[in-house]
Design a protein around this ligand. Structure first.
Ligand code: SF4
Length: 325
């Protein structure tokens, strides 16, 4: 494997059974992630975008092995995580962390901030004594812009933005290489979002981190992603460098998502043509045959409803799954 590749995802599938009745018999399967493959390169931010239910968060969690994948492979630093023992996975986890969408729900309200940040240090036995642990916690708090004197406060005593800083500090405690950022700004006030984005970007540069940055709309990932992948109904539709995706999108779904982003120039905004998406995405328990996007695609032809398009390289570094590209 190319040494620049930190994470390799190969044909990852994550299916959840639907159970019903007293006997909880399986009556169907939700295909949350249905065969996605991509690499995440060291030091980059890969933005992963799509409407709710497209499988982006499940993909992030399956990479971290918070879910056991139904099939497929996840390689981290060249090792297939499925073949690692429980102890090896525990050790690997130290290098892979997650920042959650809702900082309040993900922080234990009964723990003081210092304890929340110290916990991963204890789990992975990273401090040799209480004094060293205290110093490490103070250092992490400073890195994320939290006042060290507030270490004995509880999460509810902080604002939303500060609580997300606590979540980031907890993720940084084990000195990870890779962090899955699961919509880390969407629950925050717009005025705070830029501060958190700037902090994440600064930390990536200073600490050499690699991010998978999950978001539900393309405007959120534009300025911090090196590359962007667009998911729809458990499948990857398009992936390329961020600039190319925004300037020359190929997939009709990406074009529709981009056309929903307002342009801050009223005359230009009035002149441009919008691609409106009709209806909601179909259920991942019953995806359409052929192309998953065919029920909402404005340019679909008969062939699209019968044959699934391959996710293929269209131009250098630009992948797409569409028959008409
Ligand atoms: Fe639309 Fe057909 Fe392309 Fe799917 S394969 S995105 S339905 S044109």
């Amino acid at each position: 494997m190319n040494e620049n590749v930190l994470v390799r995802v190969k044909d990852l599938k994550m299916h959840f059974p639907i159970r019903a009745g007293i006997l909880k018999r399986t009556v169907g399967v939700v295909r949350a992630v249905d065969g996605v493959s991509f690499d995440i390169l060291r030091g980059e931010t890969l933005g992963l975008v799509g409407e709710s239910g497209c499988g982006k968060t499940t993909t992030g969690r399956a990479i971290l092995r918070l879910y056991e994948p139904t099939s497929g492979e996840v390689n981290f630093r060249g090792n297939d995580l499925a073949s690692e023992s429980a102890e090896e996975v525990r050790r690997t986890r130290r290098h892979m962390q997650m920042i959650f969408q809702d900082p309040y729900a993900s922080l234990n309200p009964q723990m003081r901030v210092g304890e929340i940040i110290a916990r991963p240090l204890r789990v992975h036995k990273l401090a040799s004594n209480a004094r060293e642990e205290k110093e490490m916690v103070a250092d992490i708090m400073q890195k994320v812009g939290l006042n060290v004197n507030f270490r004995d406060r509880f999460p509810h005593e902080f604002s939303g933005g500060q609580r997300q800083r606590i979540g980031i500090a907890r993720a940084l405690a084990t000195s990870p290489d890779f962090i899955v950022c699961d919509e880390p700004i969407s629950a925050l006030d717009v005025s705070i979002q830029a501060q958190i984005i700037n902090l994440l970007e600064q930390l990536r540069e200073d600490l050499g981190l690699t991010y998978l940055f999950i978001a539900h709309d393309l405007s959120m990932v534009r300025y911090l992603s090196t590359r962007v992948g667009v998911m729809y109904l458990g499948k990857m539709m398009e992936m390329s460098s961020a600039d190319e995706l925004y300037d020359s999108p190929l997939h009709p779904y990406t074009k529709a998502l981009l056309s929903a982003i307002p342009i801050p120039d009223p005359p230009l905004e009035r002149r441009r043509q919008r691609t409106l998406l009709a209806g909601d995405p179909p259920s991942p328990a019953n995806p359409p045959a052929g192309c998953r996007f065919s029920t909402r695609c404005p340019i679909a032809v008969e062939h699209c409803r019968k044959v699934e398009p391959e996710f293929r390289l269209a131009t250098e570094g630009h992948w797409v799954a569409c028959h008409l590209v």
